[in-house]
Design a protein around this ligand. Sequence first.
Ligand SMILES: Nc1nc2c(ncn2[C@@H]2O[C@H](COP(=O)(O)OP(=O)(O)OP(=O)(O)O)[C@@H](O)[C@H]2O)c(=O)[nH]1
Ligand SMILES: [Mg+2]
Length: 215
Amino acid sequence: MSEDYRLVVVGPPSVGKSALTIQLIRGEFLTEYDPTIEDSYKHPCEIDGAPVMLDILDTAGQEDYSSMKELYMKTGEGFLLVFAINKRSSLEELKPFYDQIVRVKEGMQSVPMVLVGNKSDVEDSKREVSRDEGEALARQFGCQYIETSAKTNTNVKEAFYNVVRATKSIKDTNQTGIDTSVDRSKNHEKPTVRGNATAPASSSDSSSSGCCIVM
Ligand SMILES: Nc1nc2c(ncn2[C@@H]2O[C@H](COP(=O)(O)OP(=O)(O)OP(=O)(O)O)[C@@H](O)[C@H]2O)c(=O)[nH]1
Ligand SMILES: [Mg+2]
């Protein structure tokens, strides 16, 4: 029997949340921009040899729909926090999403998440956020950083699968009571625990595991 994971894709408008989701599910690139209200998808797949069912919620970046945020943050198990590497403001706009997830999940032991820098296909001259800056923010968040392109299908699976790995790692820890973390960062106000370190990484993936914050 497959295990279910409720993943939520969050971030500012137009960073590629829907394009990443559709690329994972249908293997197609969405060229048109059609702002999302909220879409959910079921995606059966196999991760590290185990059958899993991904229940993916593609959320609205537009502020008009921000009232839905609280609910999906409560029900979500793992989060992809997406910005676009060619738009610096999207990195700034992502921080309130992180803050709200932490607030909503207060009292829960851990929240698996991955920071995703999308649109990595854009030419270097158009890049506004360096990989180092992405990694620095991920350290602040206590999670993994991964650069993706929904256009060229680079690291798309890895981004989703690493959130699942992080979620699984936390579930296993909660069940066994054994903390399987491989790293505790000194850079965070809150202790952090990283997810399953056995996750395979693609060539441009700077880290091999998802991770989460522990509160
Ligand atoms: N070059 C490039 N363009 C992308 C990529 N991902 C998405 N886009 C384009 O960026 C635009 C916005 O993509 P969406 O996936 O609709 O953005 P979104 O984050 O879902 O936006 P909201 O639903 O409003 O929150 C579209 O025109 C996409 O074709 C990518 O990896 N590379
Ligand atoms: Mg969308």
